[in-house]
Write a protein that binds this ligand. Structure first.
Ligand code: SF4
Ligand code: SF4
Length: 432
């Protein structure tokens, strides 16, 4: 018996499945197909599986094994969506399939505990996350991290989590404080700080705010904002994601009017833009969700359209831009970060052979599917090494942490920065 499979049997879901004409043009874009070379680990194969489940042609034991395995191995990177000539909404299809898979899975106690701790507690509670960030800062500073890595005794999931910890610098966002624009004010933007981003990559948030201020915007990070809910959805917890979405909508509504709501992580941004769909059936919040999502812009998108101050400070480096899948395929923002980087004096921007190929971070994929995530990461690092880059630029929290781990894993001499950190450094060098 397969529980709660009805969401795969709705006319709307079947209509989305029917858009696939099985042409196979998406196969070469798919990182898991590249690794396994198996049809069932390609977008087309997974769509065939989803169709079989939708039409009741999958036996419970097949569902628990083959269906679950192939669905969970998908990175949900949505590269197939960009490649598809038929407009298949693969992201929506895989999201629903995952929810059903997760409802039917029996997890071990360790996985249940880690999910409860990481996703239910830490990500949804900014104060607790900041406390953890301080502990991790100490863990890195006093040398315990080096010892833990040398002794190599952690169980696989914890080892994977520890392995993606970036060097932590604490520079938390001043929530609820209106930060003034520099020069003539062009308007107010509301800033979405993210959960992991604010905890472990707070300097990126600080740089985002400074760059917005330098370009004439006053910035307010509304208090009571919380995690975007992407990880909850990734793990099939739609109700949890909806609850966080309502909290964010309330928090930003209370902050008043703005020119835009700015997100600086591709994964968070696409979730915020998709609150419209997440809360479409919520009579109380559907209209507010539409209004909220319409205001969200990725920081690259916003700056490319509104840059008042071209960066003047030299930043000599050979740089590659590694696309965030959710920014490129989910939000269709690929040109803007490149345009911004090309403005920086001294920065030589070179293209990767496969800039749009996932780095293996993919939400919590690098913790849940360690081996495959590492295979995807190794391909990305080989591409970066071949370019001879000494600077890797990205625009998403998960990618940033995954690429820092990749640099260590591949023994490269390269820094990882967010686009806004590059702009911020150039402004600082140019004394702007
Ligand atoms: S989302 Fe990514 S990993 Fe999943 S089928 Fe599409 S291209 Fe492959
Ligand atoms: S998802 Fe799109 S590209 Fe892939 S097989 Fe179906 S129609 Fe073709």
């Amino acid at each position: 018996m397969i529980d709660d499979i009805d969401s795969l049997r709705t006319p709307a879901y079947r209509k989305k499945l029917a858009q696939c004409i099985h042409c196979g043009l998406c196969l070469q874009a798919c990182p898991t197909y590249a690794i396994f070379g198996v049809e069932m680990d390609s977008p087309r194969g997974r769509i065939v599986l989803m169709k079989a489940a939708s039409e009741g042609r999958i036996a419970p034991d097949e569902f628990k094994e083959a269906f679950t395995r192939h669905i969970l191995l998908c990175l949900a990177c949505r590269a197939c969506e960009t490649a598809c000539p038929s407009g298949v909404q693969y992201g929506a299809l895989i999201e629903e399939a995952r929810i059903v898979v997760e409802r039917n899975r029996r997890l071990g106690w360790a996985e249940r505990f880690l999910r409860w701790l990481g996703v239910q507690q830490l990500m949804a509670r900014p104060a607790l996350l900041k406390f953890t960030a301080r502990l991790m800062w100490l863990y890195e500073k006093v040398g315990v991290q080096g010892l833990v890595r040398r002794l190599n005794f952690l169980p696989p999931a914890l080892k994977a989590m520890e392995g993606i910890l970036p060097p932590i610098r604490l520079s938390f966002t001043p929530f609820a404080r209106l930060l003034p624009a520099r020069g003539e004010t062009r308007g107010r933007v509301l800033f979405f700080a993210g959960c992991i981003q604010e905890g472990f990559l707070s300097p990126v948030n600080a740089a985002t705010i400074r760059v917005l201020q330098r370009n004439g915007y006053e910035v307010l990070a509304p208090p009571n904002q919380t995690c975007c809910g992407a990880a909850h959805l990734h793990l099939g917890d739609k109700a949890g994601a909806q609850q966080l979405a309502r909290r964010n909508i309330d928090a930003f509504r209370a902050a008043g009017d703005c020119v835009a709501i700015i997100a600086n992580a591709g994964g968070c941004g696409v979730s915020l833009k998709e609150y419209t769909h997440l809360l479409a059936d919520d009579a109380q919040y559907a209209a507010a969700a539409r209004q909220f999502s319409a205001q969200v812009q990725d920081v690259n998108e916003f700056l490319a359209a509104n840059l008042r101050l071209p960066p003047r400070g030299r930043l000599p480096a050979r740089a590659v831009y590694s696309d965030s899948c959710h920014l490129r395929h989910g939000q269709k923002v690929a040109r803007q970060p490149r345009d911004l980087l090309k403005l920086v004096p001294g920065l030589e921007l070179v293209e990767l052979a496969a800039p749009d190929r996932c780095c293996g971070s993919a939400g919590v994929y690098n913790i849940a599917q360690v081996e495959t995530a590492n295979a995807v990461l190794d391909a990305k690092m080989a591409d970066i090494a071949a370019c001879g880059a000494d600077l890797i630029v990205t625009s998403n929290t998960g990618c940033y942490m995954q690429l820092v781990a990749g640099v260590r894993r591949a023994n490269l001499k390269a820094r990882v920065l967010h686009v806004v950190e590059v702009l911020d450094a150039s402004y600082a060098n140019g004394q702007q």
